[in-house]
Design a protein around this ligand. Structure first.
Ligand code: AMP
Ligand code: TRP
Length: 333
């Protein structure tokens, strides 16, 4: 049987080029080779202050967007349609170390953001988030998890949970999943190339792959670079522009511009123009595909509900076995 691939994305805004080049592009190509499952994780999106009506809208919008970039409907599910994720998350709370979870970088970053927000509130859900993520992965006994570099720590915690569970039940029940990276696992913000491109950091720190062309060009045009003074190392802003060319597979332009950089003849405005043209090319493809797909939203909703029901059967089978192994009651009502 072919190996299993699992990955997820939060419905907290548009897919940006960091998501795409760091993870989602890989999701699409892996579908030819493996048994793939991709989740829109709405339970995760509740961990920061949120608006319930918007959550549902964002969830379906993300489904359309993922389909537009090439994810197959039969591989896609919505997390809250498979409540066994949350059930396994609870069970895993008892196999996760408090101190390790407390040390997660994403929790530290987001709790800072949350505490500085209007309500000054940090939820237990935000703290517990990586344990639910471990459940998302292990409930399908996934072999591979294609994600960006920022998820490395969460993957390590997942393996620790799997190990502790296996030791407790005296059986190698869970496979230890492996992280899959793209060649560009960390795309930086063009407005501040010392931090990663991210949805939660604010509008200027991410570029939507469905962005309006004018806005996209403006964001690349105003990308932070450097003063142009010769330095021993390339600045993070320039390196990020080169990285974007590479990620979008415009290798000819990448190599030409790199040669210009090496010889001291690089024109920043020209490089930015090429990066913008390259991303706009992709962006147009995505926008057109999305228009075609969203012509019949009802049909898509039905398809995704059906695929979630199908994928749920695998999650239910795991939960039944896990409950038996853990000494919990297992009755078919
Ligand atoms: P999220 O938007 O946080 O749900 O992330 C969805 C996927 O995109 C995850 O696999 C992340 O690791 C990946 N990702 C998010 N931001 C970036 C980035 N700036 N560069 C590369 N990958 C990213
Ligand atoms: N934590 C991931 C992120 O912020 C999203 C996620 C949730 C995920 N569950 C997952 C990724 C399971 C991979 C596998 O991007």
């Amino acid at each position: 049987m072919s190996k299993r691939v699992l990955s997820c994305i939060q419905p907290t805004g548009d897919i940006h080029f960091g998501n795409y080049f760091g993870a989602v592009k890989n999701w699409v190509s892996l579908q030819d080779q493996y048994n793939c499952m991709y989740g829109v994780v709405d339970y995760h999106a509740m961990t920061m202050p949120y608006n319930p009506k918007k959550l549902k809208e964002n969830t379906w919008e993300l489904v359309y967007n993922l389909l537009a970039v090439g994810v197959k409907a039969e591989n896609l599910f919505i997390q809250s349609l498979i409540p066994e994720h949350a059930e396994l998350g609870w069970i895993f709370n008892n196999f996760a170390s408090y101190g390790r979870v407390e040390n997660m970088t994403q929790f530290k970053d987001k709790s800072k953001q949350s505490s500085q927000g209007k309500e000054g509130f940090i939820s237990v859900g935000l703290y517990d988030y990586p344990v639910l993520q471990a459940a998302d992965i292990l409930i399908y006994r996934a072999d591979f998890v294609p994600v960006g570099e920022d998820q490395k720590q969460h993957l390590e915690l997942t393996k620790e949970i799997a190990n502790r569970f296996n030791n407790q039940v005296g059986k190698e029940y869970f496979v230890l999943p492996e992280m899959l990276r793209t060649e560009t696992p960390k795309i930086m913000s063009t407005a501040d190339p010392t931090r990663k491109m991210s949805k939660s950091a604010g509008e200027k720190h991410n570029i939507s792959i469905f962005a309006d062309e004018k806005r996209l060009r403006k964001q690349i045009g105003s990308a932070v670079t450097d003063s142009g003074e010769p330095t021993s190392e390339m600045s993070p802003g320039l390196a990020n522009l080169f990285q974007l060319l590479k990620a979008a597979n415009n290798l000819t332009a990448h190599d030409e511009q790199m040669a210009a950089y090496t010889s001291g003849a690089l024109k920043y405005s020209e490089l930015k123009g090429i990066v913008a043209d390259t991303l706009v090319g992709l962006n147009r493809e995505f926008v057109e595909k999305k228009e075609a797909i969203t012509a019949d939203k009802k049909a898509i909703k039905n398809q995704i509900k059906a695929s979630s029901a199908e994928i749920r059967k695998r999650a239910q089978a795991t939960i039944r076995e896990v409950k038996d192994l853990c000494g919990l009651s297992n009755v078919k009502f």
